[in-house]
Design a protein around this ligand. Structure first.
Ligand code: ZN
Ligand code: ZN
Length: 152
């Protein structure tokens, strides 16, 4: 319930920059915890705005990010994922399917002060990401291990 209220407040605070389309894109992003890719988000938005184009969704997503209502999670060569939770929080990424989930832990805001940086460098931030297997992939792996056991 608080989350809905926050969202309404956020939308209100943007004044004229929050168009109806943009609001729907933000609501779609905030309605899931799956950290969707832009393409996955497009599918979600299309449920409410069937005629919207992918380009419009991507453009609105970029503006939402610039306005501070969404954060982009970059994973090297993999597609970026997006999160309506812009608070500093950690993620865990499945090494097999790329799924991303939130990790329930307090961010270590002091870490950048505790590292020994090379001379002349200034730390402006850091990124910590956990890796692992999601429940589905873990199950699939256990299953394939079983099958290998049977054929041996
Ligand atoms: Zn997985
Ligand atoms: Zn997240």
């Amino acid at each position: 319930m608080d989350k809905d209220k926050d969202l309404r407040q956020k939308v209100h605070d943007t004044g004229g920059r929050m168009t109806r389309q943009r609001r729907i894109v933000l609501e779609a992003l905030a309605s899931v915890t799956s950290h969707p890719t832009a393409a996955e988000l497009y599918d979600l938005v299309r449920e409410r705005l069937p005629s919207i184009s992918p380009g419009t969704v991507y453009r609105n997503l970029r503006v939402l990010k610039e306005l501070g209502y969404a954060q982009e999670l970059c994973f090297g060569s993999h597609a970026s994922r997006f999160d309506a939770n812009v608070e500093n929080h950690y993620h865990i990424r499945c090494e097999r399917c790329g799924r991303v989930a939130d990790v329930d832990a307090d961010p270590d805001t002091d870490l950048d002060h505790r590292v020994g940086t090379p001379p002349g460098w200034t730390v402006t931030g850091y990124r910590l990401e956990f890796r692992g297997l999601c429940p589905d992939c873990k199950r699939a792996q256990e299953h394939s291990d079983d099958q290998e056991g049977e054929t041996q």
